[in-house]
Design a protein around this ligand. Structure first.
Ligand SMILES: [Cu+2]
Length: 274
């Protein structure tokens, strides 16, 4: 029985760890799919968590020790000590040192996220109330990506995360994402890639990722943007180079940008006629 529960416990944990989407009872981050996210997970697991745990344990020990050692029954006459220069210097310097030690890897990760390498694929993500629009500026592709309603979900499609038109990117390639919005603030966030950037109307923010494995990855708008904020998910399919090229061929016809221009032309002509 115990063996079985241990098996189930670790099974649940590893299952959650392998997923590209949030899972029930999940603890910690989703499994990383980019170096950037691996760095973030390392920073959290091996730097922040040990420091937080050590500080919490130390403060708890001091509290309990003070409560026990200086309890009223054993100390009839209260101490009048109010200063101790040495200890004050220590409790100022030690937190400073901890912050400096934390700052080094933190800034390293921050700068590596901020420096965009030469992009193999460029995507533009535009936040709308309440869906995402995507453009592949180099490929003349443009499409909108709406969430699939609960009643239209097929098997294995996660609720609130599945969209009609997914983003496709090739594996092991640098993908630059230009992020903007058309109406209010949104945020394009994909936990497995360690990516999160605000989508600001009238301004383009840039970020990048390099997915290290294939699969379907899910994210959500991460800036409170209105009544349907929770219903504008982000789905990215990471596929092999061949599959990506195949998708491109199809998408160039289905989502051709020229069509939009033609529509505008047609609309203008109609207006002129009127
Ligand atoms: Cu939004």
């Amino acid at each position: 029985m115990i063996k079985k529960s241990i098996f189930i416990f670790f099974g649940v944990l590893s299952g959650a760890a392998l997923a590209n989407e949030p899972k029930d009872w999940q603890l910690g981050f989703q499994k990383s799919a980019s170096k950037s996210m691996s760095d973030i997970v390392w920073f959290h697991d091996y730097m922040l968590l040990p420091i937080i745990t050590a500080i919490t344990a130390f403060v708890l020990f001091l509290l309990l020790y003070a409560c026990f050692r200086y309890r009223a029954t054993k100390n009839k006459i209260a101490s009048t000590t109010s200063h101790n220069t040495l200890i004050e210097v220590i409790w100022t310097l030690v937190p400073c040192l901890i912050l400096i030690v934390m700052a080094v890897p933190s800034f390293k990760i921050l700068y590596s996220q901020d420096t965009i390498p030469k992009a193999d694929v460029t995507i533009k993500a535009i936040g709308y109330q309440w869906y995402w629009g995507y453009e592949y500026p180099d490929e003349n592709i443009i499409f909108d990506s709406y969430m699939i309603a609960d009643e239209d979900l097929k098997d294995n499609q996660p609720r609130l995360l599945t969209v009609d038109n997914e983003v496709f990117v090739p594996v092991n390639k640098v993908v630059k994402v230009m992020i903007t919005a058309n109406d209010v603030l949104h945020a394009w966030a994909l936990p497995s890639f360690g990516v999160k950037r605000d989508a600001v109307p009238g301004r383009i923010n840039e970020t990048w990722f390099k997915a290290e494995r294939t699969g379907t990855f899910y994210g959500q708008c991460s800036e409170l943007c209105g009544i349907k904020h929770a219903f504008m998910p982000i789905t990215v399919n990471v596929v092999t180079e061949e599959e990506y090229n195949k998708w491109l061929e199809k998408a160039k016809i289905e989502f051709a940008k020229e069509d939009v221009k033609n529509n505008i032309k047609i609309a203008k002509t109609i207006k002129e006629i009127q």
